[in-house]
Design a protein around this ligand. Sequence first.
Ligand code: HEM
Ligand code: HEM
Length: 310
Amino acid sequence: MMAAAPRTKAARSPWFKLVWIVPLIIVVLLAVVLLARWMTGLASVEQFMTDYPGKQPLPESAPVGFPAWLGWQHFLNIFFLVLIVKSGWQVRTNTRPKVFWTRNNKGLIRTKGSPKKISLDLWLHLSVDALWVLNGIIFYVLLFVTGQWMRIVPTSWDVIPNALTATLHYVSLDWPLETGWVNYNALQLLAYFATVFIAAPLAIITGLRMSGAWPQNATRLNKAYPIEWARAVHYPVMLYFVAFTIVHVTLVLATGALNNLNHMYAANDEVNWVGFWIFAASLVVLAAAWILARPLFLRPIASLTGKVGR
Ligand code: HEM
Ligand code: HEM
């Protein structure tokens, strides 16, 4: 019997698996695209896609275009989320924090007993959460006051078959020509709806459950909603936000980048470089916030409302 050949150093590397994983992924993706193309060629599917073209008509009273406030809200949301994800990740991975913050127990928020010491990472997470929620409340109010909500909330069940058509378009690589200025496609609408009206409230309700602000001795409430549930959901919600953002930005850039960026960053429907440059400048701001969010710079800010130390 032949002895098994000794495994080379390369074959023992954990990266070696990529040698078959990458081709496998490519073959599976190719098969899915071909399957979708074959399906869209069938007469019955073609009829379905004519009946449900992928966009759900908007109500007559829906506003057209992007107001400037939406651009500001969208930017502030990204700005806060970047810091929330960074600090949340630090809370999760940094098991031995070195710097802590204890709230000053004076002024308006005075409680019996001494406030709990929390890590500077969690202080940053909770502080930015408060700003993010405030931005979100203003966003909800403006959405409903201006009628802008109709663009991101389904107003009929047709949204489901329309989203199926849009999915077939994406998967068969025949990407829908975007006219997001007037109306998003149904899949895009559902993704925005899920992010604004499901993921964000879930992050808040599970985050609050884990925070010191939650009533610790509300026995019945805490039995009905155990902290373990909140722990189990909060982190996957972060993964959702990150995955949504990757797909969202890829599609924004791959389906008429200059026009799309003008929508959100310059509040117009033109094709020129203005929105792109505002977007590029906003990336510099995000990168600076990411780099500056460290104890050296956070200490003086945290000291305004509490004691910072070891
Ligand atoms: C740098 C990253 C981002 C860029 C460049 C970007 C860009 C855009 C653009 C261009 C649109 C309009 C699309 C169109 O005209 O068809 C849009 C809409 C939207 N984006 Fe983003 N986005 C980014 C990050 C995010 C993040 C992190 C979130 C939320 C987690 C988000 C949520 C949304 C929502 C909800 C809408 C629809 C808004 C409405 O019409 O009310 N975006 N984005
Ligand atoms: C108002 C909204 C939020 C509140 C009140 C909140 C609160 C909290 C609290 C109290 C913790 C610490 C849990 C612990 O001590 O173990 C935490 C951890 C964390 N948060 Fe949030 N959070 C909020 C929003 C978010 C959002 C929007 C994201 C991401 C997009 C996020 C991502 C994380 C992550 C990744 C962790 C670490 C979780 C782990 O260790 O498994 N949080 N959050």
